[in-house]
Design a protein around this ligand. Structure first.
Ligand code: UFG
Length: 328
């Protein structure tokens, strides 16, 4: 049987495709290649190119393969862009999820693992954040993911589609051999931007604000290695196959690091002095986002293992070998 990986050519999707293959599974990729990269999909994996909102395409994909479960990573995911083009996010993300769930119901596929985000919490009312914290997204990206979660909940209640919803905190790092990794255009994430300095692609890293109510004044985030994230997806799949009920789990290390600490860690990993300047705050950045991943531990037996230096080291291996991303 096959596992349908929606968005399987994206950063996180492509790492999951590799891991599925390594486990002897048969991943099938559906991607529109607007942000995904063909070179990130291993040779031999069946790829369907197109828009998830096309019901005829989904019917063709579900008819062509004996699909056991869906891993859903396909979404527009730039917080800043979502504040400029909210309807793109609602149309693409929520529309894609509706078409997908309709196709799953039509074809009798009843298991889905969904990539959600800490952005569903917005500015948290307490830290560490557990899954029962208030859901109050502060941007259309987070709102779209929250609506997608709710669609799954109701389709679960009515049609019996069981879901594991994984709310990621800050994912980073790369496949350990450096062969696939993060390549966003434009790049907005902290670790790839820091590493552009030792790569000679930018003169310094700008810290977005140092007047937050944190020990060193810079924002604190919970950084999670993409390989730990992949492990959570494999566990979620096994959990659903074992008959597990629908569940929502945060994925994070449970430890927060400030932007300044991340720059210092990158200096240690790369041996480069990485000059830093302080700029204004970025609109919408919460001061502190740290996960409680206790539920992922108790339900999925999962916990994060990689620390920040390991995460930065694997990202460095990827970016060092591919300074221009998948263009090279
Ligand atoms: N930052 C800088 N300088 C930069 C880039 C980022 O100081 O050049 C800071 C940000 O202000 C933030 C931290 O680094 O404090 C991390 O920023 P990222 O853009 O890497 O990640 P975010 O925490 O903003 O976003 C992540 C996910 C989103 C998700 C969000 C939830 O990437 O998908 O968490 O709030 F929506």
């Amino acid at each position: 049987m096959a596992i349908l990986v929606c968005g399987g050519a994206g950063y996180i999707g492509s790492h999951n495709v590799r891991a599925l293959l390594a486990q002897g599974e048969t991943p099938v990729v559906l991607d529109n290649f607007l942000t995904g990269h063909r070179a990130s999909v291993p040779a031999g994996v069946c790829v369907h190119e197109g828009d998830m909102r096309d019901p005829a395409l989904l019917d063709a994909v579900f008819s062509a393969h004996d699909i056991d479960a869906v891993l859903h990573f396909a979404a527009s995911s730039l917080v800043g862009e979502s504040m400029e083009r909210p309807l793109k996010y609602f149309q693409n993300n929520i529309g894609g999820m509706m078409t997908l769930l309709e196709a799953m119901v039509r074809h009798g596929v009843d298991r889905i693992v969904f990539s959600s985000t800490a952005a569903v919490y917005g500015e948290p009312d307490r830290v560490p954040i557990d899954e029962d914290a208030a859901l109050q997204p502060t941007n259309p990206y987070g709102e779209s993911k929250l609506v997608m979660e709710r669609l799954m909940r109701w389709v679960g209640e009515v049609h019996g589609v069981r879901s594991v919803i994984l709310r990621y905190f800050n994912v980073a790092g790369a496949w350990p051999d450096g062969s696939i990794g993060e390549d966003h255009r434009p790049e907005t994430h902290l670790i790839p931007l820091i590493l552009q300095v030792p790569l000679g692609k930018r003169p310094l890293i700008t810290v977005f604000g140092d007047d937050y109510p944190t020990p060193d004044g810079t924002c604190i985030r919970d950084y999670l290695d993409v390989m730990d994230l992949v492990d959570a997806h494999l566990r979620a799949l096994a959990y659903l196959r074992d008959g597990g009920r629908s569940v929502v789990c945060n994925l994070g290390n449970g430890t927060g690091f400030s932007v300044r600490q991340m720059v210092e860690a990158a200096r240690r990993v790369t041996g480069h002095n990485i000059p830093m300047s302080v700029g204004p705050r970025r609109v919408g950045d919460p001061a502190r986002l740290v996960a409680s991943a206790a539920r992922a531990s108790s339900v999925l037996g999962w916990q994060a293992h990689a620390g920040i230096e390991e995460i930065i080291a694997s990202a460095w291996k990827w970016h060092g070998a591919h300074p221009d991303g998948y263009d090279r």
